[in-house]
Write a new protein. Structure first.
Length: 269
């Protein structure tokens, strides 16, 4: 009897947008299907850069950080702890108003003895992260990446971007709104190919979606393709009235982005 061959379903890589059917993306090496973290054995989310269970970075083509740290015992654990500490530090900060304001959640986490957990020197007391919904975590991380990018702190923006993108992936299947946010995070962190892949995915399903056109125009401009940016803005201007009449939530939340792009479209006529 001939053994069955396990054929993975074709899917588009969330990291670079390339279609593939294997366990790893042929374009960027990100995990796609049936890949587990070699540190804690948790199933990895397609396109993940970090394990959503222990925080261990995911190396391209499944090369685990654990395998590379054999000569340095404890390195993987330290990386995971550092990632968790960074996440705790970030959520303790105040939210930025780029997206809809997110209130602070809950009181500081309590130790068994009833006293608040002591935060490291210079770090704000951390709220109970487990009380936040995936949407709240994604919104907080989005705001943090945008803030660092706008301040020119690109190293910090690039550090938090993978966490933010994975937070969106944990919410569930990405709709056009979430894909715009993921693409905006990628663009802010300097990952133009991923940002453009998200814009292309939005526009493939909804050719006149305003945020897909805004994102495509923005990334084209960032990469120096002024002609493409102008084309996307012309399409945006032509579709704006009809699309805005639909009253979509994402059009309201990102009204400033749409208005800015429309202003540029008018200036380029």
């Amino acid at each position: 009897m001939t053994a069955k061959t396990d054929v993975s379903p074709e899917m588009k890589c969330p990291r670079c947008g390339e279609a593939g059917t294997g366990r790893f993306c042929a374009g960027c090496g990100a995990p796609l299907h049936g890949v587990s973290c070699e540190s804690c054995n948790a199933a990895l989310v397609p396109g993940a850069r970090f394990c959503n269970n222990c925080g261990t970075p995911v190396a391209p083509s499944g090369d685990s950080v654990v395998a590379h740290s054999a000569a340095e015992p404890g390195l993987t654990k330290q990386i995971a702890i550092a990632a968790v500490i960074a996440l705790v530090a970030f959520v303790g900060g105040e939210a930025v108003g780029r997206r809809s304001a997110t209130p602070d959640f809950g009181a500081p986490q309590q130790a068994d003895a009833g006293a608040p957990l002591a935060a490291p020197a210079g770090m704000p007391t951390a709220p109970d992260i487990s009380s936040m919904s995936p949407e709240e975590r994604a919104s907080r991380l989005f705001n943090r990446v945008m803030t660092y990018s706008e301040q020119g702190k690109m190293d910090s923006a690039r550090f938090f971007a993978p966490m933010a993108i994975q937070a969106y992936q944990m919410i569930g299947p990405l709709d056009a709104h979430a894909r715009y946010d993921v693409g905006t995070i990628a663009a802010a962190a300097g990952d133009a190919p991923m940002a453009l892949a998200e814009a292309d995915t939005i526009l493939a399903a909804q050719p006149n979606h305003l945020l897909g056109l805004v994102l495509a125009a923005r990334v084209s401009e960032q990469t120096g393709d002024a002609a493409a940016a102008a084309r996307y803005r012309r399409r945006l201007a032509a579709a704006a009235t009809t699309e805005r009449a639909k009253g979509l939530k994402e059009y309201t939340e990102h009204a400033r982005d749409i208005d800015d792009a429309l202003t540029k479209a008018g200036a380029s006529k």
